[in-house]
Design a protein around this ligand. Structure first.
Ligand code: PGA
Length: 261
């Protein structure tokens, strides 16, 4: 039995204050009008997080109101300190942020984020009660060389291998083949399901029986026209959505597909 599906939108460095507010309000209104058995998560840019938390909190407080979780796109690995321009996990916690993406391939590629740093971030997020959404995935040449499983296994072990099983069970993992992110190329449903089954096996090795409950999301050019095939995979528990999360129509369509899939 698959657990509850998750659709998480990663807005990256897009939207301005007005657009971000409108997108959140539209999403909350849609979820209220269309009760779905899907956990909806959105990750706006840092400056809009406080406003986003307030907009969803009002809706959550209402009787039977929709559950839209707010995630950050990154955090620093120290709890505080002289790190100009950085944002800490306790800061996010104090705002009421629910979750945080860590180890996204864009952060690995452009900002030198590596698995030892990610491991610290994951542990810190769990300590403060935020849900880490840990991203892993191989590059194109690694897939061409047939090393995709080896690469992802190494990422998982380095970032999550030292967590106690009960902590690991509070994570979300996102498999995002780097060659599919923002490129319009998508893993086929079979390629995605094969990797998700492999990741599930690795998580099982680390967390034991609790691994079955860890949601594993697919990310990489996931859109309404390819989502149904992907979400049907036995080990695919939803999606981490970039481009298609910036339009209310396509994001809510993905939520709808996850609900019915
Ligand atoms: P994309 O991005 O859907 O635009 O490919 C996914 C992601 O980076 O999380």
């Amino acid at each position: 039995m698959k657990g509850k599906m998750i659709i998480a939108g990663n807005w990256k460095m897009h939207t301005d204050a007005r657009e971000a507010g409108a997108l959140i309000d539209g999403l909350v209104a849609w979820c209220k009008a269309n009760p779905v058995n899907v956990t909806v998560v959105v990750a706006p840019p840092f400056p809009f997080l406080a406003d986003a938390v307030q907009r969803v909190a009002g809706a959550r407080a209402a009787e039977g109101g929709p559950q839209v979780l707010i995630a950050a796109q990154n955090c620093h690995e120290a709890e505080n300190g002289a790190f100009t321009g950085e944002v800490s996990v306790p800061m996010l916690k104090s705002l009421g942020v629910d979750a945080c993406i860590v180890g996204h391939s864009e952060r690995r590629q452009y900002f030198g984020e590596n698995d030892p740093a990610v491991a610290v971030k994951v542990a810190l997020l769990l300590k403060h009660g935020l849900m880490p959404i840990y991203c892993c995935g191989e590059r194109l040449e690694e897939r061409r060389e047939g090393r995709h499983q080896e690469v992802v296994a190494a990422q998982l072990t380095a970032a999550l291998g030292s967590l106690p099983p009960q902590e690991l069970a509070r994570m979300v993992v996102a498999y995002e083949p780097v060659w599919a992110i923002g490129t319009g190329l998508t893993a086929s449903p079979d390629q995605a399901q094969d990797m998700h089954a492999f990741i599930r096996g690795e998580l099982h090795r680390m967390a034991g029986a609790g691994a079955g409950r860890i949601p594993v999301l697919y990310g990489g050019s996931c859109k309404p026209d390819n989502a149904a095939g992907l979400f049907a995979g036995a080990d695919i528990n939803g999606g981490l959505i970039g481009g298609a999360a910036l339009s209310l129509a396509s994001f809510t369509e993905l939520v709808r597909i996850a609900h019915h899939g």
